[in-house]
Design a binder for this molecule. Structure first.
Ligand code: SIN
Length: 539
């Protein structure tokens, strides 16, 4: 059983802060939401568990999809997104994304993001499964540039307070409403509360459930896990996107090699240097990510090799160094010159399509709790996200959260200062639980091998057995960030493996070796909610 709170506490005994609008997480979704909320006059607080720049947005290379050119249309962007999502997108959410996206991108430009241009026209990249060139970019550091502009903009606002290195342990709920969070300051070891009628989760995804991931170290799914503990519905967790092209460093860090590289003509090759993707998909190297990732696994199995290669050599040194300076410089540090050498490549966990279930205004089933960006599941991505739609989602739905909140704030009358909540559900305080590091290391490896690109009933059951053996950690009252994160990882690994076991078909990023086809009867979502499970336990 998953306890409601990770620690024992009494609200009356801990320090409290108050604000109008509390945002957990500081990537594109969190900071854009903060700017919009601040513009409406609210006192905004943003909490980040690491430094503000340490988030998935910073690592996004490719760019942001937006309909700009005359040979493109919102209808085409809509169709490409739906096609990628394999009948699992909420078409209304996708309409919102493609219709409102270009205006939000314009706002980003007005804030100071200077996308690459050629002869005064925006230079638009192509990525997998897009039918047109529509990816705005800043070299291969698009996310970092956007993050820097948003950090500067938010830091310059008087009514936005940013607190870094604050780990949010849990959402506080009172009479079924979300009223704030419990936070842990790693530097002082103190637990405090931030109280607000509106709490927005913009905590990103859960790539760190897997031992090979392009994600920032912060991406341990904290927002999803705490929302689940608080009774929120979480949806589509079985759909994890694996990026086909990642450079595996000796330190174990998976460095993304942007899909834009293949968009510009980069070719995947096997150990014989043959272009193998032509045998797997009509779009060859630019096929959907799930197809390319699975094809790579199949080549690796056939050839009994550890990696395949990405070849850019034919693109020319000047072009490569101008278009992909970040990739060029990073790989140089590993003695790989991408203008003359092949790049060793493996697939790695990249994006969480599922998340906290929301409507088109980021509202969850808990009044006062909102989710946005990768932490949310509004139905934009379905079973497989179209490349470069994620930064766009953060902008569009960040704006919508603030619009949605207006009505909620008007109708809710709560005096946050009078509320008393406590929890004594956990067992006594422990210093440490077993060997956190070892359990985490094993679990992340098992998740990649058994709940990864190719799954089966057997592999999923093996993963669930391991999770079951280590689940007792959840009931210990441990004041330590690593343990909080591990509890979140275990909780979400369990839900992800359970969802993947239930879905007896293959669709988008979810591939079952024992059920290799898509089934119409499975054109439905898997939603988990602890309050529902608790009710079932009682019945
Ligand atoms: C990439 O640059 O390949 C990543 C872009 C994305 O995931 O949308």
């Amino acid at each position: 059983m998953v306890p409601r709170y990770q620690i024992n506490f009494e609200l009356s005994q801990i320090e409290k802060k108050f604000c109008d609008f509390l945002i957990v997480g500081g990537g594109v979704a969190g900071l854009f939401t903060a700017l919009k909320a601040a513009a409406s006059g609210k006192e905004v607080m943003v909490l980040t568990k690491d430094s503000l720049e340490e988030c998935n947005t910073t690592y996004a290379q490719g760019g942001i999809a937006s309909v700009i050119r005359e040979d493109d249309s919102q209808d085409l962007h809509f169709e490409d997104t739906l096609e990628s999502g394999v009948n699992m997108c909420n078409s209304r959410a996708v309409e919102v994304l493609v219709e409102e996206g270009p205006l939000k991108v314009k706002e980003l430009i007005d804030l100071g993001v200077s996308f690459d241009r050629v002869n005064y026209h925006y230079s638009l990249g192509r990525e997998g499964a897009h039918s047109r060139d529509r990816v705005l970019h800043v070299g291969d550091s698009t996310g970092k540039t956007i993050q820097n502009v948003l950090m500067d903009s938010t830091r310059s606002r008087d009514n936005i307070t940013i607190e870094e290195d604050v780990f949010v342990i849990d959402l506080l709920t009172y009479k079924n409403r979300c009223i704030g969070v419990l936070a842990y300051d790693e530097n002082t070891g103190r637990v405090s509360a931030c109280l607000s009628k509106v709490v927005v989760l913009a905590t990103g995804g859960m790539g760190q459930l897997f031992n090979l991931t392009t994600n920032s170290n912060i991406a341990t799914g904290d927002g999803l896990a705490m929302a689940y503990r608080a009774g929120a519905e979480v949806m589509d967790l079985e759909f994890i996107q694996f990026h086909p092209t990642v450079f595996y460093t000796p330190e174990g860090k998976a460095f993304l090699i942007s899909e834009a590289v293949r968009g510009e003509g980069g070719i995947l090759r096997n150990e014989e240097e043959e272009q193998f993707m032509v045998h797997y998909h009509p779009l060859a190297d630019l096929g959907p990510r799930d197809v390319v990732a699975r094809s790579i696994i199949s080549v690796l199995k056939k050839t009994k090799t550890k990696n395949i290669y990405l070849d850019l050599r034919h693109l020319g040194e000047d072009f490569i160094r101008n278009r992909f300076p970040n990739i060029y410089c990073t790989l140089k540090q590993y003695n790989i010159d991408i203008t003359t050498d092949l790049i060793p490549i493996v697939p790695a966990a990249h994006y969480t399509m599922g998340g906290v279930k929301t409507n088109l205004y980021g509202e969850t089933n808990i009044p006062g709790l909102y989710a946005v960006g990768e932490a949310a599941c509004a139905g934009v991505h379905g079973a497989n996200r179209l490349a470069s739609n994620s930064l766009l989602e953060g902008l569009v739905f960040g704006d919508r959260v603030v619009k949605g909140v207006k009505n909620y704030i008007k109708e809710v009358s709560l005096n946050l200062r009078d509320i008393e909540i406590s929890c004594q559900e956990q067992s006594e305080l422990k210093d440490r639980y077993k060997d956190n590091q070892e359990v985490k290391r094993l679990l992340r490896r098992i998740m990649f091998e058994k709940v990864g690109i190719i799954r089966s009933q057997d592999s999923l059951k093996q993963a669930l057995n391991f999770i079951e053996e280590n689940k007792d950690l959840l009931i210990y009252n441990i004041l330590d960030k690593e343990s909080f994160e591990l509890k979140n990882i275990i909780t979400l690994a369990n839900l992800t493996a359970r969802a993947a076991l239930l879905r007896e078909e293959s669709r988008g990023a979810h591939y079952r070796q024992d059920f290799p086809s898509k089934k119409e009867s499975w054109q439905k979502h898997l939603v988990f909610s602890l309050s529902r499970e608790r009710k079932e336990e009682l019945d």
